[in-house]
Design a protein around this ligand. Structure first.
Ligand code: 6PG
Length: 507
């Protein structure tokens, strides 16, 4: 087989097929391989005339021979051992040290770091996050590449061509193209993020933010439904209206669509009311939360979103408990409905600001840990189009980091500060109502606790330190002595005076 393809792609499930078509639409020839040959043959037969062209390969040897040097391959298989199996297969089929193998799955960033190192003598392993689901893959995803910078130079033309595009002036996503007619112009939603696992790390945090964004929307929905007794289609109209303001985003837009959808089996009912309330998860939100715990970063709202899914999944237990555990006896809400709707919107916006502050704080810490130089303005910029969390709001984050690249926390940016100052009364009011009416709103509450904790000069951790010292001689620092000086007190029984324990840290 003659080497004519610009890139090879392994894994023709829906994401792989759509990404291959997207690449071919931009004039690149794509060699495709799938473990089940019939899938590959069907795919190539159905798409015989793409601008770039597809080359069907029945074996990995054929695939390797079909791609021009420097050879580039995309792997789109399930994250985990399948990635290593495919890389080994490619190497056995003739992939060489200078060939670039890009993992576009939702892989754990530490696996990507390990793989880049482990395969370095045999190929250039590269990681790229891909967000935007099936439609994104087909017409423009957000792409988060990380790995060897020289390899990036070879990938860049393809990545920039196939990524979603946003308007240069407004930062708004440009409408998706159509088969064979890709979007022309605009700023691509991709940028080189850093070496080894940086791309997959940023994609993981994107997903953690996706979890909390979804949970916050779900809480706004449940509050309006349960406090105001609104029907799904009415709620859909509220979300559609919100989508014209600061909350303008893909997730709010699909929420409006979902709420208006009738049940195909019963046109009198709304489908959302027939969907079982037990959320699934594949693990990226959990990875984000575990990493936050490992690094000691308070991403509590993101973790709360994961736990909220866990709690939802205990469906049978909840049903049983609902017959036994009492809530409050608060009379039904009888206040101003329009004002409450606006208050819920404000609560959602304030909580969202805190959630993003946590996600970006996490990335800030990770860059220290891994010696990356993440550009947060650019990260927010490539989230503006194509990905699941795309939103008008992201332009504000880009602006904040462009104003001050060293910004310690998004909450300290003048725009976000002003937004929360303006809306926090409503945020607190909504949380008060949720509590008074016994409606679970864990992410709203957790975000507010983060906000109040972060802005507190004094937290009750003085008491915790004293307790730790009391029962375990773990030592404490004093407010009237320099940081880093540690003290232990022989608590009440002995009456012995405190002793200074010098050293770099307590225990
Ligand atoms: C994206 C999505 C995508 C996937 C999630 C779903 O950015 O396109 O995040 O990666 O839909 O992994 O995750 P859960 O199944 O864990 O909700």
């Amino acid at each position: 087989m003659e080497a004519t393809a610009d890139i090879g792609l392994i894994g023709l499930a829906v994401m792989g097929q759509n990404l291959a078509l997207n690449i071919a639409d931009h004039g690149f020839k794509v060699a495709v391989y799938n473990r089940t040959t019939a899938t590959m043959k069907d795919f190539v037969a159905h798409h015989a005339s793409t601008p770039g062209g597809l080359v069907g390969c029945a074996t990995t040897q054929e695939l390797v021979r079909a791609v021009k040097r420097p050879r580039k391959f995309i792997i789109l298989v399930k994250a985990g051992p399948a990635v290593d199996a495919v890389v080994e297969e490619l190497i056995a089929a003739g992939v060489e040290q200078d060939d670039i193998v890009v993992d576009c799955g939702n892989s754990l960033w530490t696996d990507t770091i390990r793989r880049e190192k482990g395969y370095s003598a045999r190929c250039k392993f590269f990681g790229s996050g891909v967000s935007g689901g099936e439609v994104g893959a087909r017409f423009g995803p957000s792409l988060m590449p990380g790995g060897d910078p020289n390899s990036w130079q070879h990938l860049k033309p393809i990545w920039e061509a196939v990524a979603a595009k946003v308007d240069e002036q407004t930062g708004k996503p440009i409408e998706t193209g159509a088969p064979g007619k890709p979007v022309v112009g605009g700023v691509p939603c991709t940028a080189y993020l850093g070496p080894n696992g940086a791309g997959h790390y940023v994609k993981m945090v994107h997903n953690g933010i996706e979890y909390i964004d979804m949970q916050l929307i779900a809480e706004a929905y449940t509050l309006l439904r349960d406090l105001l007794g609104m029907r799904a289609d009415e709620l859909g109209r509220v979300f559609a209206r919100w989508n014209d303001g600061d909350l303008d985003s893909y997730l709010i837009q699909i929420t409006a669509d979902i709420l208006g959808q009738r049940d195909p089996h019963d046109p009198n009912a709304f489908l959302v009311d027939r969907v079982l309330d037990a959320a699934g998860q594949k693990g990226t939100g959990k990875w984000t939360s575990v990493n936050a715990l490992d690094m000691g970063i308070p991403a509590n709202a993101i973790a709360e979103a994961v736990f909220a899914r866990c709690l939802s999944a205990l469906k049978e237990e909840r049903v049983a408990a609902s017959g036994q555990l009492q809530g409050p006896n608060t009379p039904p809400f009888a206040g101003d409905r329009a004002a409450l709707t606006d208050a819920v919107r404000d609560a959602l916006y304030c909580s969202k600001i805190c959630a993003y502050a946590q996600g970006f704080q996490l990335m800030r810490e990770a860059q220290k840990e891994y010696a990356w130089k993440l550009d947060f303005g650019t990260i927010a910029a490539i989230f503006r189009g194509g990905c699941i969390i795309r939103a008008r709001f992201l332009q504000k984050i880009t602006d904040a980091y462009r104003r001050n690249p060293e910004l310690v926390n998004l909450l300290l940016d003048p725009y976000f500060k002003e937004q929360i100052t303006r809306a926090q009364g409503n945020w607190r009011h909504v949380i008060g109502l949720a509590s008074a009416h016994g409606i679970a709103a864990p992410a709203f509450m957790s975000a507010l606790a983060y906000y109040d904790g972060y802005r507190s000069q004094h937290l009750p951790a003085n008491l915790i330190q004293a307790q730790r010292d009391y029962f375990g001689a773990h030592t404490y620092e004093r407010v009237d002595r320099p940081r880093g000086e540690f003290f232990h007190t022989a608590w009440p029984e002995s009456g012995r005076p405190e002793q200074a324990v010098r050293g770099s840290g307590g225990h």
